[in-house]
Design a protein around this ligand. Structure first.
Ligand code: ADP
Ligand code: 5GP
Length: 184
């Protein structure tokens, strides 16, 4: 069996990464979505399995035991991807920010980095507010987006604008399909 393809989906908060990766794994049973750990608290309306929600000390113990493929601090909270544990031929999807994406690329140079961009800052704000983020979260994420988009443009393999969800998902499905054809 060939090594799994690793698809890293990054992008500013509210771009629609979570929505896109959920669609991808629903449509493609050969994709495995990594579930991250975080020390942030669960958002109102957020599913309890969106993350493994842990305390800072639990997270730090997991770092010390080498349990993460990558991890970082983002806006005051720790986030990390546990070492993937898939050996059934499925390909791997990670939805993480760019510092983590860089760490994955260092370990796995063949990983594909997809940067999802919102169509505009205004639409990004509407999406964050619509999702129920606190005003503080909205402001932080909009401010952070400027730097993220600059870095994303430098290091991403492909930039996908999430204006129309269906089109954006189809575009990423196409990228994954092409990578599978190459690895055959
Ligand atoms: P992220 O994971 O990038 O922070 P989410 O996936 O949580 O973003 O999406 C933020 C909000 O925007 C959600 O309420 C989601 O339903 C909505 N959304 C995602 N993609 C689109 C789209 N193409 N058009 C309109 N709304 C979208
Ligand atoms: P949020 O708090 O909005 O869910 O996530 C904040 C940021 O952390 C997003 O850019 C998200 O992609 C990123 N993120 C989520 N999980 C991980 C992870 O395991 N590792 C890293 N490096 N970033 C993550």
């Amino acid at each position: 069996m060939s090594a799994p393809i690793i698809v890293v989906v990054s992008g500013p908060g509210g771009a629609g990464k979570g929505t896109i990766v959920e669609e991808l794994v629903q449509r493609d049973s050969a994709l495995w979505l990594s579930r991250s750990w975080t020390t942030r608290t669960q958002r109102d309306g957020e599913s309890s399995d969106a993350y493994v929600f842990v305390s800072r000390s639990e997270f730090e113990q997991h770092i010390a035991s080498g349990g993460f493929l990558e991890w970082t601090e983002f806006l005051g909270n720790l986030y990390g991807s546990p070492m993937p544990n898939v050996d059934d031929g499925r390909d791997i999807v990670l939805e993480i920010e760019l510092h983590g994406a860089t760490q994955v690329k260092e370990r796995h140079p063949d990983a594909i980095l997809v940067f999802v961009q919102p169509p505009s800052r205004e639409e990004q704000r509407r999406r964050l507010q619509g999702r129920g983020d606190s005003e503080q979260h909205v402001v932080e994420r909009l401010k952070k987006a400027e730097d993220e988009e600059r870095l994303g443009a430098e290091i991403a393999d492909v930039i996908v604008v999430n204006d129309d969800l269906e089109r954006a998902v189809a575009e990423i499905q196409g990228i994954i399909g092409a990578a599978r054809n190459r690895s055959r």
